[in-house]
Design a protein around this ligand. Structure first.
Ligand code: HEM
Length: 254
């Protein structure tokens, strides 16, 4: 599975705190409110933890892409399973902020300035890597100038959908055939795994819209200058894999 041996050798003197760089990690939460608002720590940690998980997610998406490019179905299957678990974790984290009452968020929101999740480079890189290319998305990421290099690099790569379709072509199986054979094949599980990724990602979007509506209300604009929940609810219908969704309708006529 891996090029590494079964057991690595530990550097001398390394322990839990130094291995995980805990001193630095735990010094990275710097609430801005004065006096410090008791709920700002939770708000910061949920964002920081989400960014850490985005980092792992991007890493695992790279593994998935490498497997797809190498026509390695089993490795791709393992990678997509991990990607899906990570996406679920990121979505579930949002629920911690459901415990933040609106009047309390209002007490420290002013200290956030113009910072907004819509400036998350990693989130945009994930969307671009997965395959968003539609004008809506491109407009959102270039609204404040050129998209960051990570996002531009992701936009240059083939989408996940085109990679999986290339794998099917390589295996000489049509997408529809996966759903018609006598039993589930690894390719079927892989394609359904990708669809599952899309579904879980949309779940993050939905939980986030609900959180925003719950905390700042459906009509309040965001710190990033959008219409807030109204803008976000439109993003729920973005599709990474339109062909994988469309294939289902073929079983029900036109
Ligand atoms: C009190 C909780 C939260 C509120 C009120 C909130 C509010 C908003 C609003 C209003 C937007 C739209 C852009 C804007 O005008 O600012 C937005 C976008 C975004 N937020 Fe949040 N958010 C919250 C928590 C989070 C958390 C925990 C994350 C995790 C990283 C996050 C990530 C994002 C991302 C990635 C976007 C861009 C989404 C897109 O454009 O499709 N938000 N947020």
């Amino acid at each position: 599975m891996s090029d590494h041996g079964t057991e690595g050798r530990a550097a001398s003197g390394i322990d839990y705190g130094s291995y995980l760089r805990l001193e630095e990690l735990l010094a990275l939460q710097t609430p801005q409110s004065v006096p410090e608002h008791p709920d700002e720590l939770l708000f910061i940690v949920v964002h920081q933890a989400s960014e850490l998980w985005f980092k792992v997610l991007r890493h695992e998406m790279d593994t998935l892409i490498t497997a797809l490019e190498g026509f390695d179905t089993m490795r791709a299957l393992l990678a997509v399973q991990r990607v899906n678990v990570l996406t679920e974790i990121v979505a579930q984290q949002l629920t911690a902020l459901d415990t933040l009452p609106p009047q309390r968020f209002a007490q420290f929101r002013g200290y956030l300035g113009s910072s907004s999740g819509s400036q998350s480079v990693q989130f945009r890189a994930i969307e671009a890597t997965a395959g968003l290319r539609d004008p809506h998305f491109l407009q959102a990421i270039s609204e404040h100038g050129e998209p960051p290099a990570e996002v531009q690099a992701a936009l240059q790569r083939p989408t996940l959908q085109s990679l999986v379709l290339a794998l099917l072509e390589h295996e000489q199986v049509a997408l529809e055939e996966l759903y018609m054979g006598p039993g589930p094949t690894p390719l079927f599980l892989l394609v359904e795994g990708l669809l599952e990724f899309e579904q879980r990602f949309a779940r993050w979007r939905f939980l986030h819209v609900q959180l925003v509506e719950r905390i700042i209300g459906p009509g309040t604009g965001g710190t990033g200058g959008t219409l807030g929940a109204k803008y976000l609810s439109r993003t729920v219908s973005h599709k990474f894999f339109p062909e994988l969704w469309a294939v289902r309708a073929r079983f029900y006529g036109r």
